[in-house]
Write a protein that binds this ligand. Structure first.
Ligand code: AMP
Length: 457
């Protein structure tokens, strides 16, 4: 069975969480998070997962897919908890608890985030969860596991390690989630995934999420899902529609100068800057520091401690620039990123979509600034094809480099936008001003901001 917005007569529109069959403690948690209405993937997936079906979800990050699987998993597991504790207010006993749900994700940051979501959505439930990932000592993780856990979020390497040491046992798993499956494949985890799946009971529920669905992913899905219901939240992974895509043609050696120029002129409250390589990220960090810009960096060669500190400083606003490599930034959920800068244009259009998914989240608008030097021009066509809009060529800077013929006309016919009242510089010509963001429907419904209880177990 395929449930796809493209084939449904009417798109699924749910105006309230109350109609999804969720129990009271979960509805209370959703309310505490400030969510007003379910997103499309939540409206579609929650009833299906509650009914025990396998689900194949094609959804990009930022669509609310974590709650789409976490809420019904919490509900299913809560239905069969060990006997209630004697004294009111006590948690159910840990004795006899075993792992019942396993969520596999590609990166440590995403693992921590998913686990925090279980903490938030399960705050009024009586289930225990924890997270394991590599790059840190295993002792704390092992102790948490030994205390008794129902839901485990894990990256593949550390999970296999602990299975090998017989600390993690998967024979009682009832629900498996594979999140960001396409990225898992990109990162070479396919053999690990197959090995992990071989330890699981055949009779289980499996939920499989991926932003893109190329044939290799489809084949993996086919081999581990049983009669899945397919949910496609957006047709063929378009870019976040609340994002403005600005394009800067610039010579490679002038990219740093352009970035510094933009950081001065733009109202950049919080920017994530992507480089293509880890060395590139280190080099950019050094140069920004030399220019007295407060900056943090996150990439796979930094230790887990360094990555956590960098993220913390960025989230707390101690630095407004986070330089990142693609893998480390995958799935990061950071509120209020005003700008994503593609310091290097990614060779793969899906990566562009993943990167810009970090801004314009939860219905807010965001801006993506892409730098394109001569060698990167070949990446533009596929990106514009995937996002389905031409990027806006920007001319209002002193470092305009050569540009391909295809984009010259666009640069000169750029429509004028209302000026920012705080901008007191000389009047801009039409070609100099960015276009006003097009009001398009957002992927996520509104959210009342709340201070989230996101402690970790
Ligand atoms: P995800 O795609 O799961 O990473 O979620 C992206 C962001 O959307 C997270 O910050 C969530 O807290 C937020 N979110 C999830 N569901 C909703 C909802 N129903 N309403 C508003 N925000 C949501």
């Amino acid at each position: 069975m395929i449930i796809s917005e493209a084939v449904l007569e009417k798109p699924v529109v749910q105006t309230s969480f109350d109609h999804l069959g969720l129990i009271e403690p979960l509805l209370r948690a959703v309310k505490a998070e400030g969510y007003l209405t379910p997103t499309s993937i939540q409206a579609q997936a929650i009833p299906l997962v509650l009914s025990g079906l396998d689900v194949l979800g094609c959804a990009q990050t930022g669509t609310g897919k974590t709650a789409a699987f976490a809420l019904p998993i919490l509900q299913r597991l809560a239905a069969e908890l060990p006997a209630a504790p004697a004294a009111a207010g006590q948690r159910s006993p840990v004795a006899g608890r075993h792992l019942r749900a396993l969520i596999i994700v590609p990166t440590r940051e995403l693992a921590a985030q998913v686990d925090q979501s279980f903490e938030a959505y399960g705050q009024f439930s009586d289930l225990r969860h924890t997270v394991i990932y590599g790059g840190v000592r295993q002792r704390v993780q092992v102790e948490a596991l030994k205390r008794g856990v129902d839901i485990l979020t894990a990256t593949p390497g550390r999970l296999l390690d602990l299975i090998g040491q017989r600390i993690v046992v998967l024979k009682n798993i009832e629900v498996l989630v594979l999140d960001e499956a396409d990225r898992m494949l990109d990162m070479g985890f396919i053999i690990d995934i197959r090995k992990i799946v071989s330890y699981l009971p055949k009779k289980r529920q499996t939920l499989f999420f991926s932003a893109t669905m190329p044939p290799t992913i489809q084949a993996l899905a086919d081999s581990i899902l049983t009669n899945p219901v397919e949910i496609r939240v957006t047709p063929e992974a378009p870019a976040a529609e609340t994002v403005e895509h600005r394009l800067y043609f610039v010579e490679r050696h002038q990219k740093l100068a352009l970035l510094l120029h933009l950081l001065e002129g733009e109202i950049v409250t919080r920017a994530l800057v992507f480089t293509r390589t880890k060395i590139g990220a280190d080099r950019l960090e050094m140069r920004l520091k030399q220019a007295k810009v407060r900056v943090a960096v996150i990439h796979a060669d930094r230790t887990q401690g360094e990555r956590e500190t960098a993220l913390q400083h960025f989230k707390q606003g101690k630095v407004r620039i986070l330089v990142a490599s693609d893998i480390a930034a995958r799935g990061l959920d950071i509120d209020d990123i005003s700008h994503v800068v593609n310091y290097d244009l990614p060779p793969d259009p899906d990566t562009y979509v993943h990167r810009i998914g970090r801004t314009g989240r939860a219905g807010q608008t965001g801006v993506a600034l892409s730098f394109c030097d001569f060698s990167e021009r070949i990446h533009l066509g596929p990106i514009e094809k995937l996002i389905r809009v031409p990027m806006q060529v920007m001319m209002n800077h002193p470092f305009v480099g050569s540009m391909p013929k295809s984009h010259r006309t666009a640069a000169h016919t750029a429509p004028a936008a209302p000026r920012d009242p705080s901008d007191t510089s000389a009047p801009a010509t039409p070609a100099e001003t960015p276009p006003a963001p097009v009001a398009r429907p957002s992927l996520l419904p509104g959210r009342v901001r709340s201070t989230r209880r996101r402690g970790r177990h």
